[in-house]
Design a protein around this ligand. Sequence first.
Ligand code: HEC
Length: 130
Amino acid sequence: MNIQSTLKIAVVAASAFAFFFAQPAEAADGKNAYKKYCQACHQPAGKGLAGVFPPLADNPNIKDKPDYIAQTIVKGKSGAVTVNGTTYNGSMPPMAYLKDTDIAAIVNYVNTELANGSSTIQADAVAGSR
Ligand code: HEC
């Protein structure tokens, strides 16, 4: 085998690796960023704390509303919200210091893994909501 075909095989193998691992890596990033930036309040798996921190899991207010979730992260939130019959009247601090890519990954994790949604958002759409 000559050097060219060895290189070709290496390139094909690297692309295949990137293809198979790109998607799960992004989902994992969203989960890790959720743990780092959201979980202290919204609790593991987005279960919330009744009357204090609203759940993100099975929350119909946020299901398939990636723009609303992104906006909440960027601008924070206060005022009454009712989730599945329980009312919350707290205050979430704005987290505009997070990068667009991190916010998009968090939003996609929250919507598709916790809130039973299917729609996703890209980082450039987050930039537009700032
Ligand atoms: C310091 C605690 C805290 C942190 C950290 C926090 N939140 Fe919140 N979040 C809250 C509170 C409190 C509310 C309810 C605000 C209200 O009563 O208006 C809320 C509301 C929300 C809502 C709106 C829920 C609804 O039913 O309308 C979303 C979406 C949300 N948070 C997502 C996130 C995400 C994603 C993160 C991480 C990037 C995060 N939050 C980090 C405390 C927090």
